[in-house]
Design a protein around this ligand. Structure first.
Ligand SMILES: Cc1cc2nc3c(=O)[nH]c(=O)nc-3n(C[C@H](O)[C@H](O)[C@H](O)COP(=O)(O)O)c2cc1C
Length: 354
């Protein structure tokens, strides 16, 4: 029997039945990584899948079938592309095109802290202007036939929670279907502790789904976030990219079927098993990046993946070096195979807080 965890409130009108999803990450949550992670999704599970953030001023004129950020595989379900924007016309055009492309919902980025986003008054800048943020949701919902969600950050400490609640209530009143809270402030960027207490407080104060994000490094962390905060779903970024089999581990823990092709196997759990699985994932990613992006861009994507995720490996720097030195995909493949021809242990946690 399946154990129920999270999903107290329906996401994608109840289609989603699995309480873990990948976070949107520029340069990482492309089709190749989504494919690698999806291989570990239990076969009876349905969850949501991000794109990288997409600028609504560019989407209307882009060839979505060819642009690296919007390449997709035909079998991909649950796609929720993320847009960045604040003007109705480009948003309306982007939403229309993304729905034709296959979006099952549209996510609005209100968490990006980079200077460019602040300059254009989108991303986390919208959190400084609650009325306008609500307006951006309203204009997106008005132009969308699928649900619209928002990914946001903490406003400040738990003491300033009322401010966050007012902000989220504005989004809710404008038609947002759910929110994802990454409870670090813009100033924290991705450092410092994610304040799960704010996820808990937000979930208990509103009547629509809340997804929690931040500081999930292992399947135990995902379970703890879901149980401690009561949120509907846990979202993991860097760690789920590094250990995509977290999907399988959680599926096993909750009584879901094994992923396709892994019916008689058990999810990797020990540091040695996880280290070996990282190697398999990386080889698969190299193959898919070459297939989707070609040699040059493919190599850049793999290098960025390794820089971000090898922090859980004791010899992560050496692996980064192997990928940096390779002159082409064949060399990269060979170097990675050689690296993993000896066992490597993967650590459960690393310090992402500096
Ligand atoms: C390389 C990188 C790129 C990111 N790009 C985005 C993005 O495009 N949109 C977004 O909402 N968040 C973005 N984030 C933030 C993540 O979605 C997530 O909120 C953050 O990494 C905390 O989750 P984690 O600790 O599980 O990684 C990015 C994070 C990283 C590491």
């Amino acid at each position: 029997m399946k154990k129920k965890l999270g999903l107290h409130r329906p996401i994608l009108n109840g289609k989603v039945n699995f309480p873990l999803c990948l976070a949107p990450m520029v340069g990482l949550t492309h089709v190749a990584l989504r494919e690698v992670v999806r291989e570990y999704l239990p076969q009876d599970a349905y969850t949501i899948w991000p794109t990288e953030m997409l600028n609504s001023r560019r989407v209307p004129d882009e060839n979505l079938e060819k642009t690296p950020e919007t390449l997709r595989a035909p079998h991909e379900t649950g796609l929720v592309p993320q847009i960045l924007g604040n003007e109705e016309e480009p948003i309306a055009k982007s939403v229309k095109r993304l729905i034709e492309w296959g979006a099952e919902a549209i996510d609005i980025n209100m968490g990006c802290p980079v200077q460019k986003a602040l300059k254009h008054n989108y991303g986390v800048a919208l959190m400084g202007d609650p009325a306008y943020a609500a307006e951006v949701v309203r204009m997106t919902v008005k132009n969308s036939t699928v649900p619209v969600s928002v990914k946001l950050r903490a406003v400040g400490s738990t003491k300033e929670f009322d401010e966050l609640l007012t902000f989220v209530s504005g989004l809710r009143n404008s038609g947002a279907a759910w929110v994802c809270l990454h409870p670090r402030t813009a100033a924290q960027k991705r450092r410092g502790w994610a304040d799960w207490e704010q996820i808990k407080q937000l979930h208990s104060a509103v009547d629509f789904p809340v997804i929690g994000n931040g500081d999930v490094q292992t399947v135990e962390d995902a379970v703890n976030m879901l149980t401690e905060t009561g949120c509907d779903m846990a979202m993991a970024g860097r760690a789920l990219a590094a250990r995509p089999w977290m999907m399988w581990q959680l599926g096993e823990d909750l009584g879901f079927a094994a992923p396709v092709g892994k019916e008689n196997l058990k999810a990797p759990r020990t540091p040695e098993e996880e280290g070996a699985e990282y190697g398999h994932c990386l080889l698969k990613l190299i193959q898919l990046c070459r297939q989707y992006f070609g040699e040059d861009l493919g190599m850049r994507k793999v290098r960025f993946y390794v820089r971000t995720t090898s922090v859980w490996l004791p010899f992560g720097n050496a692996l980064t070096g192997v990928c940096a030195k390779a002159k082409n995909m064949d060399e990269m493949n060979e170097g990675v195979m050689k690296f993993f021809s000896v066992p490597h242990e993967m650590s459960a946690r690393t310090d992402l807080r500096q």
